[in-house]
Design a protein around this ligand. Structure first.
Ligand SMILES: CN(C)CCCNS(=O)(=O)c1cccc(Nc2nc(OCC3CCCCC3)c3[nH]cnc3n2)c1
Length: 288
């Protein structure tokens, strides 16, 4: 009900993402700045409304230091609006960080890249391998959430440069029935994995492919596969050949990027495999 909205002062818009506008708001009781996604569901089909409900349900119990925190949702039935209140990441998105470095012709430092990668692996590990414990029955069920749209525009930084994976607008938590059916792909073509282009079955390894593309782009300051047409892009992605990273990056970083951008999903490391990587292990221990 709108009353709960009175507790917030509207500030400027941040941008418009999947489903709606995202605005900065200030909570009146303590002055805390939050991000509010404002969705007009009047024109939504039943299926879209179901997807929206499932996104909110995914976010509601996905609490992790490297995932944008969901605080609450407010439904304004009078005006057919749903408001999703989330933590505000004042460091902006990774796409802006990459763009700034590209404009200044300055490469992103390798330690910063390992730190971003580690935090994204931890966020994906929670999505792919995390468990939801039922408070009453203490029953643990696997989340198996696929982000499905991992890209620099959906990775945010907070004031302390902690990485926050955001915008689960297109994510899916696979129930058993969905697991068998191919997931139709919606998302950014640059980061589309080969299996999506061919038989479009999306699974955890497709998020790993996208993560590889994000890490590649932090190093090279451009995506691994560039083309003028979708057909050309698809052909390059299916070949899966990527240039070496710029020379200042280590062989280890080259190896981990190549491992994630493998055409064959089975050859890509899982989040568990990546967390066993000594370069990732050390930083993730520091983060815990
Ligand atoms: C180039 N433009 C589209 C980007 C303009 C905006 N810059 S920016 O780099 O995202 C930026 C600048 C400063 C603060 C923040 N903080 C922030 N942004 C969110 O979503 C941004 C939104 C995501 C979908 C696409 C549109 C933008 C959050 N969601 C939950 N918490 C959020 N915190 C983001």
């Amino acid at each position: 009900d709108p009353l709960q909205l009175d507790g917030y002062e509207s500030l400027e818009s941040i941008g418009s993402g999947s489903y709606g506008l995202i605005r900065k708001v200030k909570r009146k009781e303590d002055g805390k700045i939050l991000a509010r996604k404002e969705i007009d569901y009047r024109k939504m089909s039943t299926k879209e409304k179901e997807q929206l409900v499932s996104e909110v349900n995914i976010l509601k119990d996905l609490k992790h230091p490297n995932i944008v925190e969901f605080l609450e949702r407010v439904i304004d039935r009078e005006n057919c609006f749903i408001y999703i209140l989330m933590e505000y990441c004042e460091g902006g998105d990774l796409a802006s960080v990459i763009r700034r470095h590209k404009e200044l012709l300055v490469h992103i430092g390798e330690e910063f890249i390992w730190s971003i990668m580690t935090q994204l692996v931890l966020a994906l590990h929670e999505c792919h391998c995390g468990m939801v414990i039922n408070p009453d029955t203490k029953q643990a069920t696997p989340r198996l959430i696929l982000h499905r749209d991992l890209k620099p525009d959906n990775v945010f930084l907070d004031a302390k440069k902690n990485v926050k994976l955001g915008d689960f607008g297109l994510s899916r938590s696979l129930t058993n029935s969905q697991r068998t059916f191919a997931q139709t792909y919606v998302g950014t073509p640059f980061y589309m994995s080969p299996e999506l282009i061919s038989d479009s079955l999306y699974d955890t390894k497709s998020d790993i492919w996208s993560l590889g593309c994000v890490v590649f782009e932090m190093c090279a300051l451009e995506p691994p596969f560039l083309a003028d047409t979708q057909e050309e892009l698809s052909a390059k992605i299916k070949l899966g050949r990527i240039p070496m990273l710029p020379p200042q990056y280590s062989q280890e970083l080259n190896n981990v990027v190549r491992a994630m951008i493998q055409v064959n999903p089975r050859k890509r490391p899982s989040t568990g495999d990546l967390l066993a990587n000594p370069r990732i292990k050390i930083i993730s221990m520091q983060l815990e």
